[in-house]
Design a protein around this ligand. Structure first.
Ligand SMILES: Cc1cc2nc3c(=O)[nH]c(=O)nc-3n(C[C@H](O)[C@H](O)[C@H](O)COP(=O)(O)OP(=O)(O)OC[C@H]3O[C@@H](n4cnc5c(N)ncnc54)[C@H](O)[C@@H]3O)c2cc1C
Length: 462
């Protein structure tokens, strides 16, 4: 890193603005993927939008590459700094304004932790309904930049639906105020949407006005055991027909269930083990009839093998752990190759069958852990490295198989990334989901907003 640049940073910002300590470089240079080696040259910690703007302007002048960094829970390598970039951490920009209870909105800085926003809104019986297992570490800026999904998408949609206004700083240091706190604004292109999901490649999100939903009441959590994916989809159809407000409809296979049970020491709610499980959460609306008659009718149809309903919030939390503990339990067991794909739900049954036969023929020795937000057609396909196999051989095998998996995804007009994003991890596979014209348009936006290619370089595409 050029000494002249370091000198300019030292004279223009406070003494604790930048660090080059080896521990911080290691910590802030990586995300949850653990695939890429971190190698940033410095980490900076702005406190205000003005500091972000001044810093990016200086980096543009001096041609210094910058990686925006949130909670680093990303699963695509988007926040990884592997080539001497400066990491711009939003950790200190975590201020939250008072909740506007009339508009049901809250303005927060981008570094606010997702779960902290939930807790901030809780006393007003409101919530920002972006919810998943990493909410205790992920940040609002990271959620917006990945257009995060999660376990409640079936009820609320993606992050995109819950962002009213954005403040973004471009690599040239221009501050954009996009849409304020307006619900309605038909004055040309909605520029917010270009930044949401752009994985820090087009601008740094510094502030957002978030839309809030009423806190759900009367939640009921069910856990079902089933024979196969067809029975899972049949249960989903029955649940949709019931008229209940479905909050989550999550699926996991036997090996995921057993892995979480052993790594978290959980006791199964069932006497026997089954091939597939579903966690379903519903909100019982005022005046709605009880769910037990619906449950009886479902059991009479004999495609559900067993089931239980949480009798207390503690039991509900325990049932949720079987689903929410999967990613963490897999990581604790060893090296995991992850895929996060989406298929239209009406085609999911035949897709899963074809996918399993692909894996059986291609890699009979590798075990697949399948789970996901099945109500949204989103499957997480995880392969755990066998102890006896070396990592290089395993990664090579997985990449070769990915090519065939993505060909299958394309055949079903699906997506190679339902929610984790592209980052460094999936950029070679992007043409399976996006046409060459779309890719050229995306590159056009990049050229327009970051002509020197300094902001999060090499992410999404080269
Ligand atoms: C156990 C576990 C469970 C998960 N479950 C889900 C899930 O169900 N659904 C889901 O969608 N994701 C899930 N994730 C992935 C991850 O938590 C989300 O992608 C999350 O939104 C990332 O937020 P972050 O703050 O950690 O972002 P980071 O990992 O820090 O960054 C992600 C990307 O956003 C960019 N970025 C970060 N902050 C900013 C900013 N202020 N301005 C511009 N760019 C920025 C980074 O450069 C990077 O490209 C899970 C992860 C884990 C570890």
């Amino acid at each position: 890193m050029k000494t002249s640049f370091l000198d300019q940073v030292c004279s223009a910002f406070s003494s604790d603005f930048m660090t080059q300590s080896p521990e911080k470089l290691e910590h802030f240079g990586r995300d949850w993927t653990r695939v890429f080696l971190p190698s940033p040259s410095a980490v900076v910690f702005p406190r205000t939008t003005d500091e972000v703007a001044r810093f990016l302007r200086l980096c543009s002048q001096e041609r210094i590459a910058v990686v925006p960094s949130g909670g680093r829970t990303g699963l695509a390598g988007g926040a990884v700094a592997a080539h001497g970039e400066v990491v711009l951490s939003l950790d200190r920009m975590n201020r939250m304004e008072p909740v506007d209870t009339l508009a049901s909105t809250v303005k927060v800085q981008a570094g606010a932790i997702t779960e902290a926003v939930h807790l901030h809104c809780l006393p007003h019986l409101l919530t920002w309904p972006i919810d998943f297992a990493s909410k205790g570490s992920s940040q609002v800026g990271g959620n917006i930049s990945t257009n995060a999904g999660g376990v409640k998408v079936i009820r609320y949609g993606l992050t995109r639906q819950w962002v009213l206004g954005l403040q973004v700083v471009t690599m040239q240091g221009d501050i954009l105020e996009l849409n304020g706190a307006l619900e309605k604004n038909n004055t040309g292109l909605d520029m917010r949407q270009i930044f949401i999901g752009s994985e820090g490649t087009l601008g740094v999100v510094t502030e957002a006005t978030l839309k809030l939903a009423p806190l759900p009441k009367n939640l009921e959590v069910f856990f079902f055991a089933l024979e196969d994916i067809d029975a899972v989809l049949r249960l989903f159809q029955e649940a949709r027909r019931s008229g209940f407000q479905i909050m989550a409809f999550e699926f996991l296979t036997r090996n995921c269930f057993e892995l979480v049970s052993s790594s978290r020491g959980l006791t199964s709610p069932f006497q026997k083990s089954y091939p597939a499980y579903v966690l379903m959460e519903i909100e019982r609306l005022e005046g709605e009839g009880p769910w037990d008659r619906w449950l009886e009718a479902v059991f009479e149809k004999e495609f559900v093998l067993d089931g239980t309903v949480a009798q207390s919030p503690r039991e509900a939390k325990e049932l949720w752990s079987f689903r929410e503990g999967i990613s963490e339990s897999l990581s604790l067991h060893g090296f995991v190759h992850k895929n996060d794909i989406a298929i239209s739900i009406s085609q999911l049954g035949s897709f899963v069958q074809e996918m399993y036969s692909l894996f059986m023929t291609r890699n009979p020795g590798l075990e697949i852990f399948l789970f996901g937000h099945i109500g949204d057609g989103n499957l997480h396909v995880n392969t755990l490295k066998p102890n006896a196999m070396n990592q290089e051989e395993f990664v090579q095998l997985c990449h070769e198989t990915d090519f065939e998996l993505f060909t299958l995804v394309k055949k079903y007009a699906g997506s190679i990334s339902a929610e984790h994003g592209i980052g460094l991890l999936k950029k070679d596979a992007l043409p399976f989901s996006r046409s060459s014209i779309e890719l050229e348009l995306m590159r056009g936006f990049k050229r327009l907003l970051d002509p020197q290619k300094l902001l999060n370089p090499g992410k999404i595409f080269d």
